[in-house]
Design a protein around this ligand. Structure first.
Ligand code: CU
Length: 152
């Protein structure tokens, strides 16, 4: 298993800093998938993307990547002046709606990072939708920003 993971990492990481392409799964288009570069000892990282649905209501029910032990859905929101993070069981994508996962909002949380996310690299991410099925895409790693996952 460990060897398989290592092989996946080797295939997944290529030096291609260009913007991630759009990928389709059923009625869903996934665009602009990116993750924030992490410091060397980081255990978690945030990943973001845009989901556009051209059809019936759907749900993102799971996500996984070889670079982390698991991928969770989180939502950050300001409540009574305090930033709170909630764990979501799934991310709803309304009919003919667009959902933007972004820093400070709903995001994918890569938990148990197996290596730092380095600017300019890419890694594979698999998304599974309730109706639209499963799709693998590449996530572009961008530089560490000022606003981020401070509350983790
Ligand atoms: Cu989070």
């Amino acid at each position: 298993m460990r060897r398989l993971m290592a092989a996946l990492l080797c295939i997944g990481f290529v030096s291609a800093p260009a913007a991630a392409d759009e990928v389709k799964a059923g009625t869903i288009t996934i665009a602009d998938a990116w993750a924030r570069a992490t410091p060397p000892a980081a255990q978690v990282g945030g990943a973001y993307l845009i989901l556009k649905n051209a059809g019936s209501p759907d749900k993102l029910v799971s996500a996984s990547t070889p670079v982390a032990e698991r991928t969770e859905f989180h939502r950050m929101s300001l409540e009574d002046g305090v930033m709170k993070m909630r764990h979501l069981p799934a991310i709803e994508v309304p009919a003919h709606g667009t959902i933007e996962l972004k820093p400070g909002g709903t995001h994918l949380m890569l938990v148990g990072l197996k290596q730092p996310l380095k600017e300019g690299e890419r890694f594979p991410l698999t998304l599974r939708f309730e109706r639209s099925g499963t799709v693998e895409l590449q996530v572009a790693v961008r530089k560490m920003g000022a606003s981020g996952h401070g509350s983790h």
